[in-house]
Design a protein around this ligand. Structure first.
Ligand SMILES: Nc1ncnc2c1ncn2[C@@H]1O[C@H](COP(=O)(O)OP(=O)(O)OP(=O)(O)O)[C@@H](O)[C@H]1O
Ligand SMILES: [Mg+2]
Length: 222
């Protein structure tokens, strides 16, 4: 689950702090799936980075998967990040590792040996099976993005934070990625928060949020 209370976050604009998130509230129940839209620059990536423990909190309470992120040191935050699944807007694949090893990294960091049973079915679902022995530089942007999605799912995280996981994909592959995220999240009761600029994809979620003026607003179904 995700619980955010009174989250404020500003960035320095020259010498002056510019508020990005102000008194933001969010509760996502275990297993809840939610899309997040909002204009470019409103702070969606900033919010996901805060939820992932990648940016230090300035004020407010954030609890993700039962772990409070306030006052945690770097080691505790690094351990926390291994428990969740993160798809970055900028993929963050390791160039020196094969696709297979990139995908298996979170599984191995969590002490997994060999390969998880689900690797084959996940790679099939995402169309990655023929690419496993290549390296990130030998993949298109869309293929790299699907690898990043696969990597975020392989260790069965309790929470998945996905930042525009379909930003570089054609319609067919976008649908494939969203379906894989939703199906896997449903199977393992994982909380899923997915940022997208596509209204069509956002509408495929039971719960839809919009970030505007530093706060989250429920989008009601048409
Ligand atoms: N490292 C940084 N230093 C200073 N300002 C930043 C930094 N990263 C982002 N910003 C600013 O913070 C604001 C929020 O950025 P953020 O990346 O969270 O937006 P976003 O909603 O994810 O946008 P997009 O839809 O384009 O991905 C923007 O005004 C951006 O210019
Ligand atoms: Mg962003």
């Amino acid at each position: 689950m995700i619980q955010v209370n009174a989250l404020h976050f500003s960035r320095l604009d020259g010498a002056k702090p510019r508020p990005i998130l102000s008194d933001l509230q969010l509760t996502l129940a275990p297993g809840e799936q939610c899309s997040l839209v909002g204009d470019s620059g409103t702070g969606k990536t900033t919010l996901l980075n805060l939820l992932a423990g990648l940016e230090p909190l300035q004020s407010g309470e954030v609890t993700v998967g039962g772990q409070s992120l306030s006052g945690q040191n770097a080691t505790a935050l690094a351990h926390f990040r291994r428990q969740i699944g993160i798809v970055f807007q900028s993929f963050q694949l390791l160039e020196s590792l094969s696709i297979r090893d990139n995908i298996l990294l979170p599984f191995r960091l969590n002490g997994g040996r060999g390969q998880p049973d689900r690797l084959a079915s996940l790679c099939d679902a995402l169309g990655l099976t023929p690419l496993l022995d290549r390296y990130p530089m030998q993949l298109s942007g869309g293929e790299q993005q699907r690898v990043a999605v696969c990597r975020a799912l392989v260790h069965r995280p309790r929470v998945i934070l996905a930042d525009e996981p379909t930003g570089n994909l054609d319609e067919g592959n976008s649908q494939r990625v969203v379906s894989a995220l939703q199906t896997l999240a449903r199977e393992q009761d994982t909380t899923l928060l997915m940022v997208t600029h596509s209204q069509a994809l956002a509408r495929q979620f039971d719960r839809q949020l919009r970030l505007h003026d530093g706060q989250l607003h429920e989008v009601s179904a048409p």
